[in-house]
Design a protein around this ligand. Sequence first.
Ligand SMILES: C[S@@+](CC[C@H](N)C(=O)[O-])C[C@H]1O[C@@H](n2cnc3c(N)ncnc32)[C@H](O)[C@@H]1O
Length: 289
Amino acid sequence: MDNGEWTMDNGEWTMNLEDYILAHIDPEPDYLHRLWRATNLHLNYPRMASGHLQGRVLAMLVHMIRPKTVLEIGTFTGYSALCMASALNPDAVLHTIEINDEQEEFTRPWLENSPWADRIRLHIGDALEILADSPPALPIREGAVCSEQASAFTESSVIAPSQKFPSPTGEGLGVRLGGESPFDLVFIDADKRQYVDYYRAVLPLVRPGGFIIADNTLWDGQVVTVPEGSSSMKRHSVPSAPEGSSPHNGKEAQLQGILAFNDLIAADPAVERVILPLRDGLTLIRKLP
Ligand SMILES: C[S@@+](CC[C@H](N)C(=O)[O-])C[C@H]1O[C@@H](n2cnc3c(N)ncnc32)[C@H](O)[C@@H]1O
């Protein structure tokens, strides 16, 4: 066990709390540790990946929920997808959607070469378009989509079932995922400005009693900061902009997205919810039966 780094502070030996936690939870599996290092070495914004602590939390939640079908919005290098897949039963499946087709060259081999490749389906495209186009028939193919040639996934930003993935039998590969509400668990971890839209798109696809987990919902604590010069002491989400205009850019737009999402979830009678102050904030949502 790595016991973390002790430092002297005001005459007392102390240790960073996260180091202490990491020293007392399950170690990061070797494959994920290698992915973490490669992510930090080769990718911009490596901090977007879930990392050791959140990865173990996601794996534990999957063990507890025991989902048969999982949807992730926002793959990046596949760290969280692999953590969740590692905790799935072998007959369960995790669909993960990544909008950035340039990410695929890095990510697909990490998914394909993992011990959990047979449980993971990577889709390249805009989650909102894919979900609008094909619910609940996301394109999956028999066996591991992970072993599909990368080129087959980069032709279009939107995957059209049965067009992009002709099966060996010539039949379409849009496989129904089991009725109208196929997902037992959805993990939302993509563009913060679109969290409300992701939520609205996935809620009907979650089975009653199923779960949605949303990452970064405390946005580095900024949900409780008040901008300089503000007359109000409370952080409010502002009404969304009229179509075609973009009054909020960058960080502020992402914060506004998170604030709007948190307000929406807090008021939605269709769900139960709790926010864990883990890392950047993790909201656990349960769709009421
Ligand atoms: C924070 S990273 C995901 C990290 C990953 N879930 C993990 O924990 O290791 C967010 C990812 O979402 C992707 N993304 C942004 N908007 C998206 C969309 N509309 N559909 C699918 N992916 C999207 C980004 O390209 C980026 O790779």
